[in-house]
Design a binder for this molecule. Sequence first.
Ligand SMILES: NC(=O)C1=CN([C@@H]2O[C@H](COP(=O)(O)OP(=O)(O)OC[C@H]3O[C@@H](n4cnc5c(N)ncnc54)[C@H](OP(=O)(O)O)[C@@H]3O)[C@@H](O)[C@H]2O)C=CC1
Ligand SMILES: O=C1O[C@H](COP(=O)(O)O)[C@@H](O)[C@H](O)[C@H]1O
Length: 504
Amino acid sequence: MSQIDPHLFVIFGATGDLTKRKLIPALYHLMQDEDVARRCVVLGAARSDWTDERFREAARTALREQGYAEETVDAWCTRNLHYQCLGPEGNDYEGLRERVEQLERHRNLTGNRVFYFSLPPSIYTQAIEGLGAVGLNTSSGWSRVVVEKPFGHDLDSAQRLNERVHQHFDEDQVYRIDHYLGKETVQNLMAFRFGNALFESMWNREHIDRVEITVAEPLGVGGRAGYYDQSGHVRDMVQNHLTQLLSLVAMEPPASMDADAIRDEKVKVLNAVQQPDPRADVALGQYRAGTMGGEPVPGYRDEPDVPADSDTETFAAMRLNVANWRWQGVPFFLRTGKRLPRKLTQIAVRFQSAPVSLFQADGGPCVPRDADCEAAPNELLITLQPDEGFDLRFEVKAPGNSDDGSMPLETQQLSFSYQDAFGPVPDAYETLLRDIIVGDPTLFVRADEVEASWQLYTPLLETDLPVHSYEAGTWGPDAVDRLLPTWTSTGRTRSHRAEATSSS
Ligand SMILES: NC(=O)C1=CN([C@@H]2O[C@H](COP(=O)(O)OP(=O)(O)OC[C@H]3O[C@@H](n4cnc5c(N)ncnc54)[C@H](OP(=O)(O)O)[C@@H]3O)[C@@H](O)[C@H]2O)C=CC1
Ligand SMILES: O=C1O[C@H](COP(=O)(O)O)[C@@H](O)[C@H](O)[C@H]1O
């Protein structure tokens, strides 16, 4: 790991779900490296009237639940965790400043600070203003502010939030989190594309027929309806995670691996994506009651805290066109939803078929545009979770001969499994927290990038579109067939590995 400066890591929202489930375990894991543990002091903050000891106890419980050994956890919590109450209104920033300075004196820190907003998004502005009002945006060291998603709820609100943030912090101090960018396999997309000339030379409209991006979850809304019902699936997943995947698949090679060189290319490609026609290119859905893994599950409207007449979408699919020289005319299909049959994050790249198919039952040859002309295209499946890896599907001759005398072909695949090659992949939050404390912004979303993404989806979010019902445990509403009837990721399963993936 690069050199880490001694610093104070302040978590706003320290009593919340994200802190418990993701931030504390990621910090704990990072601090198994003694160098990091000596240099990082954590200060939790929220309105709840907790003490240091109460915060430590919550952290101990969270870590024990994740299977970490009791003694090591206890020692770490006592040594590294502190808590400051922000008062019942959450506005005691003067008290926070005093505590920050006191801890820095006691722990010999030199004014380097991270402020992590694990807060309800409606509080971001208040927190930014609060830090600015008491001068916590400047110090004798560096200060970084980390903002969780969602960053705004449309273009206008994202622009206003960026303006507020920039009144108190420079852009290079701001780390907008999209946790998909911390996933090892998402980063591997760049390695795959730009470290291998073989595929990059075919990565364009001359050779690719279509690209499909699927992010499917079996889970329902869980206990998050308060946020999710206001947000909906396009804001929750498409505007951020799927758009990041799209950018990484479609961007041009950057001039270097420098953070801004990469982010410049991501912004460029996002600006080339045409706004979808909401009525022709988009299908929305909401799950109704169904069966998952043999168990009945309730419909979205029967979930806790969801209004009985909610029209919030829990599924979205769309067709996008990237209007640039590399991609014009190649459809990018995005599909994501809750209560789909299984967990699957996958990019399927379908190459163009061979121009002439020689291996036909009736003696052929034929060309793919003829009816009944079977010419299986090559496909590359990039699976980001679970069972991370690549599968390249191609045609081989099956042994023996067909009765009709034609040469029998069968689809097989070359496969690479991340797990088999490298073992378990680290958690995305651990990667991202490490980048924050070493000051590497590459995997964070820049102000212009977040605005370009909202620009793309805001017209569709402002259109009153039908939300079609789908049964929990299926691949979404029938309306999705209008966009694409057969999705590579869920269509044929043509080999032992594809079947294994589909049943996991
Ligand atoms: N949970 C998750 O899986 C994910 C969450 N996120 C994002 O992370 C952020 C936090 O989410 P999550 O932890 O789930 O939310 P929670 O509602 O569980 O936690 C919110 C936290 O903010 C504190 N808080 C609320 N109001 C104020 C206030 N006025 N001033 C100071 N603190 C306040 C709450 O504590 P108290 O009441 O004590 O003040 C609590 O600690 C959100 O932006 C969310 O979108 C992103 C991805 C996944
Ligand atoms: O940001 C979010 O992501 C999760 C899915 O994340 P994953 O890492 O498990 O793929 C999603 O469940 C949640 O609704 C959304 O807010």
